[in-house]
Design a protein around this ligand. Structure first.
Ligand code: ADP
Ligand code: MG
Length: 614
């Protein structure tokens, strides 16, 4: 039996609904289309206001040119656009909207009110369009420019409505979009209000920095490195953030092409490659990068959502971005701190600037002795003693000797490989400058090391390793009695297992009191009770303990426990630090991404003293 179905032409309403689904996926897509229309209309101030994540209301107010009475109805018609006339125009799309289907699509699946007044006109007009039908059109008193209210999104498309996430998640998507809009248009003043609360405000002064500040805040801005340059027909500008500025995900890797926000795995990858040595594993650099490319070399007409872009020369663009970011980072590092020169590269340029710098210690000398012995480093490792004996020197003479040949101590093969020259050359301690920078000599180079950064890196690695090998708990010297609130106790009873897995060993002591015997290894005794309460709180709220904060906590712990700049260290401690780093196959930056050491070659010195021609 065959059921032959007749082919029929779809009604315009059905076509409209199908297309609407493509353009109007969710509230963020509505906001995007409406704001782009406002920008195309020359607006210099745009306010976006959402309720229930935009599901019950999206309102966009602009001060653009407005819509003429005669054009009003047309604006809601599909493939009606004032921006594109011919096929050739598609090749050089400069305006943002160009398909002439946004308003029609949005109106098809919501209740839309549009109020507009052309600049200089006596009065304005207001149109009501419900589910694609214009139900009312009348003169209205309104400000110059255009305001759109999009209410009850998908009121007539229940299936679509079911696909919406929770309002908070939809709001987050809108916020992400607003960020990108603000950054792609520093010349426009944006105000974003969600659920009645102001979220972003950008003044629209035309400066990238100001725009960035309004979305990332001044503290993050301070951590960023400016990027500026050109390669292979690509112009690149913006900022990149590594080290402390890095985040736990890629949501803050923002790209803009010829003035519009875009998403690109290709570019994310390029940036991450450029930042590899400066960002910890599991963290991602942040960036706001502006690309300028000739219109003919990019295809923006890939998807109606217009996030994606196709480059004619994908590899070339990626490589140019990688190189330019890399350059910026090595220059940027030189502005704040000397570049990481470890393991030593062939021949660094700009030695002068580095040598003449002297940085103040980053904290005043502490009265406490450095807690360096707790760092899990061998103060006098067998190799050190052995070497000293071989060299007939007293053991505590500040000389570092190379490790025995790899065959004797296979675990040091890695170290020797990683720090090739340094580890294989005998090292002699000179002392510490400003009680902060350990100075030693090795073969033909002098090395300057940041004692805090080095210690921090070693502690961090040790804690991470302990954590990764399952040594998550640290016994408290004395079990601590902790009296819990009703809510905390409930959380304790319910989540005992999770707590134990995380390293909290606690025993019910009755009367809402527990005896805390151990805490996660990255926490010290003083933080025990507080962190336990925090864990109970998080469990009560979310039912889980987030793992992503783990790395942050370990960084914090290593930073707190590490020796500070300005602390005077005994020679042994300095030796132990240098040894730990040279032998430990460590990443050559502190967990925040700052360099551990820099070096100066004998040749550079001799040039500066004009012993040899420079
Ligand atoms: P497109 O933006 O692709 O042209 P839209 O459906 O988004 O298509 O908009 C249709 C038309 O309505 C636009 O071409 C423009 O003339 C007009 N329009 C829409 N929004 C605004 C606005 N905020 N200010 C002025 N004109 C607008
Ligand atoms: Mg449009």
């Amino acid at each position: 039996m065959t059921d032959i179905r007749k082919i029929i032409k779809l009604s315009p309403e059905v076509v409209g609904h199908i297309a609407a689904g493509e353009v109007v996926e969710r509230p963020a897509a509505v906001v995007k289309e409406l704001v782009e229309n406002s920008m195309d209309a020359g607006a210099t101030a745009i306010t976006v206001d959402i309720r229930d994540g935009g599901l019950s209301l999206v309102r966009v107010v602009d001060n653009g040119i407005g819509i003429q009475d005669s054009e009003l109805k047309m604006a809601f018609e599909r493939h009606a656009t004032s921006k594109l006339r011919t096929q050739e125009d598609l090749q050089r799309i400069g305006t943002l909207g160009f398909r002439g289907e946004a308003l029609a699509s949005i109106a098809a699946v919501a209740r839309v009110t549009l109020a507009t007044r052309v600049r200089g006109a006596q009065s304005g007009m207001q149109v009501q369009n419900d589910g694609g039908q214009i139900v009312d059109i009348r003169p209205a008193a309104c400000a110059e420019g255009t305001t759109l209210w999009v209410k009850d999104l998908f009121f007539n498309a229940p299936v679509r409505r079911k696909f919406m996430k929770k309002p908070a998640q939809e709001a987050q998507q809108v916020a992400d979009l607003m960020q990108r809009l603000i950054l792609s248009h520093p010349e426009i003043s944006f105000r974003f209000v969600a659920e009645g609360k102001p979220v972003f405000f950008s003044p629209g002064d035309g400066k990238q920095e100001t725009a960035l500040m309004s979305v990332w805040g001044i503290n993050t801005l301070r951590l960023l490195t400016p990027v500026e340059g050109g390669e292979r027909g690509l112009l690149l500008s913006g900022f990149v953030g590594v080290g402390e500025a890095a985040r736990g995900n890629r949501s803050q890797q923002l790209f803009f092409l010829n003035g519009r926000a875009m998403k690109s795995q290709l570019l994310s990858q390029a940036v991450e490659e450029a930042c590899r040595q400066r960002v910890m594993i599991g963290r991602f650099p942040v960036c706001a990068l502006y690309l300028t490319l000739p219109y003919e070399t990019v295809d923006v007409n890939v998807h109606p959502n217009k996030w994606e872009v196709r480059f004619q020369d994908e590899r070339g663009v990626a490589e140019a971005v990688r190189n330019l970011v890399q350059d910026a980072l090595s220059q940027g590092a030189a502005q704040v701190a000397p570049p990481p020169l470890y393991p030593p590269p062939a021949q660094p340029a700009g030695a002068d600037a580095r040598v003449s710098r002297s940085e103040p210690a980053d904290s005043p000398p502490a009265a406490m002795p450095p807690p360096i012995l707790s760092a899990g480093m061998r103060m006098r490792s067998p190799t050190w003693e052995q070497a000293a004996v071989l060299e007939q020197r007293p053991v505590d003479e500040p000389v570092l000797q190379e490790a025995p040949p790899p065959a004797a101590q296979p675990e040091q093969v890695h170290a020797a490989e990683h720090v090739a020259e340094l580890a294989l050359t005998p090292v002699r301690l000179i002392g510490a400058a400003f009680n902060t920078y350990i100075l030693y000599e090795s073969g033909d180079t002098i090395c300057l090391c940041d004692q805090h950064a080095m210690h921090e890196r070693l502690m961090f690695d040790r804690l991470m390793k302990a954590y990764d090998t399952g040594a998550i708990a640290q016994l408290l010297l004395l079990p601590q009695a902790v009296a819990l609130s009703y809510r905390e106790y409930g959380s304790f009873v319910e989540h005992r297992e999770l707590l134990a897995q995380a390293g909290y060993d606690a025993e019910d002591f009755g009367e809402q009191t527990v005896r805390l015997r151990s805490v996660p290894i990255m926490l010290g005794q003083p933080q025990a009770e507080r962190s336990f309460r925090e864990a109970l709180d998080e469990l009560a709220a979310t039912g889980a303990l987030s793992d992503d904060k783990r790395v942050e906590k370990i960084i914090m712990a290593s930073c707190k426990q590490a020796v500070k700049g300005g602390e005077r260290l005994p020679d042994e401690a300095m030796i132990a630090l240098v040894r730990g780093v040279l032998e430990g196959n460590v990443t050559p930056t502190c967990p925040h991404g700052r360099p551990l050491m820099m070096q100066l070659t004998r040749t550079e010195l001799e040039k500066r003293f004009q012993r040899i021609p420079g």
